[in-house]
Design a protein around this ligand. Structure first.
Ligand code: HEC
Length: 280
């Protein structure tokens, strides 16, 4: 009995399998396609040119200082930069007295303890202190921002796809909800407390537009502070904060490539010399 059926089982199973595959292929176009406004209306970062791009790219200290000014006067009201110390700012061209004055005059003070009572207190910052954030903790930060948390900015330029260009596009990218979007997705709305921004992955962001007008900061070097200029400068500064050794990395890369080229030429010359006039 079994002998009679056995030769049929394998082809039968195979045929069933093929049929189910065909069924899946034929039926799949009928599955509902998930289509989201955030897929269609999300924009890639703008094409912004930075001095530190390319193999020979370098930071422009003037720009980094302008970017620091934008961070200090605008973004630091909500975003901390816990991994940057005041004295690190010497790397972008501030001298020691300037750093000392910046630390002393910073809007929030450094947390400390009262030496007499042991109670929590604050004191003026020193160059060796890290930049104190605007909020004592996450609860206070959320309470001040509609329950959203402004992320720490120390590594933000490396933590987001698109890096500095994404940040500059985001802060200049606020817009009205496009008529097209409303037409195609009537259910889409901007909840209270959020703002439409096509550069943000889900299109609605809790950050109010931070750069609202040209000339919001006054640059000491005379550069015109358009919104795009401020956005480019602050994002360049954030790139420096996230990767201060970028120039060293590039320089090492070039030295290594140069070494390899010379070593290859020498090896080739030696090869020619040794085999010169010899028959193989
Ligand atoms: C009034 C407070 C406030 C100010 C000022 C502010 N931000 Fe924000 N920012 C926020 C909040 C809140 C979020 C979190 C948004 C969210 O998750 O929806 C945020 C998020 C961000 C993000 C992260 C977006 C992401 O991909 O997650 C970037 C980048 C950013 N801010 C850049 C800036 C820059 C640059 C400045 C200064 C020019 C600035 N912000 C000033 C409140 C602020």
């Amino acid at each position: 009995m079994l002998r009679f059926f056995a030769p049929w089982i394998a082809p039968l199973v195979g045929a069933l399998f093929v049929c189910s595959l065909l069924w899946a292929v034929v039926m799949s176009p009928h599955a509902p396609a998930i289509h989201l406004a955030s897929e269609e209306f999300h924009l890639q970062p703008k094409a912004i040119h930075y001095s530190f791009e390319g193999p020979l790219g370098r930071y422009d200290n003037q720009q980094l200082q302008r970017g620091f000014q934008v961070y200090k006067e605008v973004c630091s009201a909500c975003h901390s930069m816990r991994l940057v110390a005041f004295r690190d700012l010497e790397q972008i061209g501030f001298n020691k007295p300037e750093v000392k004055a910046l630390a002393k005059g910073w809007a929030t003070e450094t947390p400390s303890l009262n030496p007499d009572t042991g109670e929590a207190a604050t004191r003026k910052s020193l160059p060796s202190d890290y930049l104190p954030g605007p909020y004592p903790n996450e609860i206070a930060a959320r309470a001040g921002n509609n329950n959203a948390l402004p992320p720490d900015m120390s590594l933000l330029a490396k933590a987001r796809e698109g890096g500095p260009a994404y940040i500059a596009s985001l802060v200049t990218g606020y817009a009205d909800v496009p008529a097209d979007l409303k037409k195609k997705f009537p259910d889409f709305n901007v909840p209270p407390g959020l703002h439409y921004n096509p550069y943000f992955a889900n299109l609605n962001i809790a950050m109010p537009p931070p750069l609202t007008s040209d000339g919001q900061v006054t640059y000491a070097d005379g550069t015109k502070a358009t919104r795009m200029q401020m956005a480019t400068d602050v994002s360049a500064f954030l790139m420096w904060a996230a990767e201060p050794k970028l120039e060293n990395r590039k320089r090492t890369g070039i030295a290594v490539v140069g070494y390899l080229v010379i070593a290859t030429l020498l090896a080739f010359a030696a090869y020619r010399n040794i085999w010169h006039g010899k028959k193989h």
